[in-house]
Design a protein around this ligand. Structure first.
Ligand SMILES: *[C@@H]1O[C@H](CO)[C@@H](O)[C@H](O)[C@H]1NC(C)=O
Length: 141
């Protein structure tokens, strides 16, 4: 597997999900991205995205209520400790969704947050010193 190809071509999705590519560099890349977001005080977006992904994949009728509530309390409601940046219509829609939580009850919010990361955080990350250091490291391998 070509490490360099992996760094340069990694899309945000490949990085955060670690899908398509299972090389150790991508896992490292995701951690670095997470660290970078933390330095920007912006990691709630990625954490929300990952929590929704986890929720969807491990969806199980009996426990979803609790899980959906946890995501709502941590990321969505107005005084949430890790409040994500969504409009009030979306927030309201989620509140309605989680009163009867299905596997897709965060789908649109997740897509919104994804494009926010893709268009905002990710390009900044690619210009950061942290990413440059990562590239240099990969090139030396
Ligand atoms: C609410 O739930 C529906 C269906 O379960 C889903 O399609 C929609 O994207 C959800 N809304 C949000 C804001 O995620």
């Amino acid at each position: 597997h070509d490490h360099l190809h992996c760094w340069v071509c990694a899309t945000l999705l490949q990085m955060v999900k670690g899908s398509h590519c299972f090389c150790s560099s991508c896992a490292a890349g995701r951690l670095v991205f997470e660290n970078y977001l933390r330095t920007e005080y912006n990691d709630e977006n990625l954490l929300f995205w990952l929590a929704c992904e986890d929720y969807k994949t491990n969806y199980c009728e009996t426990e979803t209520n609790v899980d959906a509530q946890r995501i709502y309390r941590e990321f969505v409601r107005v005084d949430a400790p890790r409040q994500i940046n969504i409009d009030f219509v979306t927030r309201k829609e989620i509140r309605e969704n989680i009163s009867h939580p299905g596997p897709n009850c965060f789908d649109r919010a997740q897509r919104l947050i994804y494009s926010l990361m893709e268009n905002d955080c990710y390009p900044r990350f690619l210009k950061s010193e942290l990413y440059k250091a990562l590239l240099e490291q990969a090139e030396r391998k």
